[in-house]
Design a binder for this molecule. Structure first.
Ligand SMILES: [Zn+2]
Length: 535
């Protein structure tokens, strides 16, 4: 306790001196208290913290207790809590079917092996038979004069696309336009009634066998219909790339050709397919209640204390699912007990140093991230402090301290000077900052920072990184293949506590730097996301 407080004070008072002398291993953290929080949150008794579950309620009660011990003030709408209402959707597969129709012949598809109905995109029961059109990546990006829908008749049709983007589209822009909301806006305007997405085999985090295993896990959306991003969409299907040749039968193209082009981010051909889709979907729905948790550490500067730096992490995970090696509990230790634990750990560290902080800090643990960034979306639409007073969001999700921290991936590095500051903090600790090395994975829009970005708030998310082609890259790839959204993302996996401690140090310094620097972070003038800034 003494050592980490001492180190903390030193960096506040004489940062340049300390930074010049400190080896990368010297931090205010040691990883132990962080890991103890992870152990609580990822315990089997919390049953994977699914949104709306008793397990998540227990996790949130623990978080509130930690926030209270850290001396935070309640900053939700009901004490530390901000209640959020959801609607849950589930496909009744026994009453549903998918088939391809060509030349009067109908070929039934297997939900497990070929394609399944996504309840995230199919919100009410439906029955339809419609022609299919392949639309490449299916992107309409006016900033880059890309319009893959141009010249195609999509009225009343279901489109087929492969995830990914052409190489000349910057990663953040490509990610933004691949969100369900942005995709559907363009497709709906073009008259489409549904979509079949084929995951790009070159960027699949989870193998199809595991995707298919939990395909029918219920999805959710915010109960308020204002948040519906897929109005008018009758059917949404996810197609196994290994079965996707069937979609291209009778066309002049093969899926193998298309996948090879998409792997290299080449432009793709677009054309009507010879097969039609025959779909019947039976959707069950019900109401679910959950909550975000919000705590506040007040700043001390009269001119700045009514401004807030948000440190956010999602505390929900995906709950109980189909067993893998006999284990049904998806503990979510790295995803994202790790990030929630960090928020609690940093709150505890900052407790003794409130006089040093000029702006206030908002500690935010959101629900419903795994259901589509829903808790953060709700918070960003109904913030418990005025939106213009939020100067930045530092989001922590699955930062993966599974190798020593020598390289830090910063999502949003080139978008705002929050990214620039994050890079400077990393360098000061002899950690090399890099932009997203795997733009095809769309990580920039896949966690809660995106909810803030859409409201104009500069944001970053950082992960323990690797050099492309290094042995570490394989460790991360294997982690995604075997542990990501699997029951083995639990506390029995290898973890590097020093790496976690150094990561915490970087987040903490960035937080303090953002709270204390007079100028608030700004979007870069050439950032696409600048358009969302309200001031
Ligand atoms: Zn996740």
């Amino acid at each position: 306790m003494l050592r980490r407080s001492a180190a903390f004070l030193l960096f506040l008072l004489v940062p340049a001196l300390v930074l010049a002398q400190a080896p990368a291993s010297v931090t205010s953290f040691n990883g132990t208290s962080w890991w103890n929080h992870v152990k609580f949150l990822a315990d089997d008794s919390l049953e994977g913290r699914d949104t709306g579950s008793e397990g998540l309620r227990k996790a949130e009660a623990y978080a509130v207790q930690q926030f209270q011990q850290a001396g935070l003030e309640p900053a939700g709408s009901n004490g530390f809590y901000q209640p959020v209402s959801f609607t849950q959707f589930e496909v009744d597969e026994s009453q549903s079917s998918l088939a391809l129709v060509a030349g009067g012949k109908t070929t039934k598809l297997s939900f497990a092996d070929d394609a399944y109905i996504s309840s995230r995109a199919t919100r009410s029961s439906t029955q339809l038979t419609t022609p299919l059109v392949f639309i490449g990546y299916g992107l309409q990006i006016p900033e880059k004069n890309l319009d893959e829908l141009q010249g195609l008749d999509l009225h009343g049709k279901v489109v087929v696309y492969i995830s990914g983007s052409p190489a000349d589209i910057p990663a953040a822009l490509a990610s933004h336009y691949q969100t369900q909301a942005e995709r559907w806006k363009a497709l709906r305007a073009a008259g489409a009634v549904g979509a079949i997405g084929i995951p790009n085999p070159a960027s699949m985090d989870i193998p199809w066998s595991r995707i298919a295993l939990n395909r029918n896990h219920p999805s959710m959306d915010l109960a308020d219909p204002d948040f519906n991003e897929t109005a008018g969409m009758k059917i949404g299907v996810v197609f196994n790339p290994a079965s996707a040749e069937a979609l291209f039968a009778g066309s002049a193209h093969t899926f193998a050709q298309i996948a090879a082009l998409a792997k290299d981010r080449q432009p793709l051909p677009r054309f009507p397919l010879s097969v039609s889709l025959d779909a019947r979907a039976e959707i069950l729905s019900k109401s679910v209640e959950s909550a975000n948790i919000v705590g506040k550490l007040p700043g001390s500067d009269p001119a700045l204390k009514d401004q807030y730096v948000v440190l956010s992490a999602h505390i929900d995970h995906i709950g109980i699912g189909e067993p893998v090696n006999g284990d049904r509990i998806y503990n979510g230790a790295m995803d994202n007990a790790a990030g929630s634990a960090l928020v609690m750990d940093i709150a505890a560290l900052l407790k003794a140093h409130t006089e040093k902080l000029r702006r206030s800090i908002l500690f935010l643990l959101v629900t419903g991230e795994e259901k589509g960034l829903l808790g953060s979306k709700y918070f960003a639409a109904h913030p418990t402090v005025p939106l213009p007073s939020i100067v930045a969001d530092i989001n922590v999700d699955m930062f993966l301290p599974i190798v020593p921290l020598k390289i830090l991936t910063i999502l949003g590095l080139d978008e705002s000077d929050l990214g620039t500051r994050a890079a400077a903090v990393a360098r000061s600790l002899r950690v090399k900052p890099i932009p997203d090395p795997e733009p095809l994975r769309n990580a920039f829009v896949r966690s809660d920072q995106y909810s803030f970005i859409r409201k104009g708030v500069p944001a970053v998310a950082m992960h323990v990184g690797f050099e492309p082609g290094s042995p570490e890259q394989k460790i991360f790839k294997d982690w995604l293949t075997y542990r990501y959204h699997a029951p083995s993302d639990d506390v029995n996996q290898p973890v590097d506590l020093q790496s976690a401690a150094l990561y915490e140090e970087i987040v903490c310094r960035l937080l303090v730097d953002t709270a204390n620097t007079t100028a608030r972070p700004e979007w870069k003038t050439n950032s696409f996301f600048r358009r969302y800034a309200t001031q």
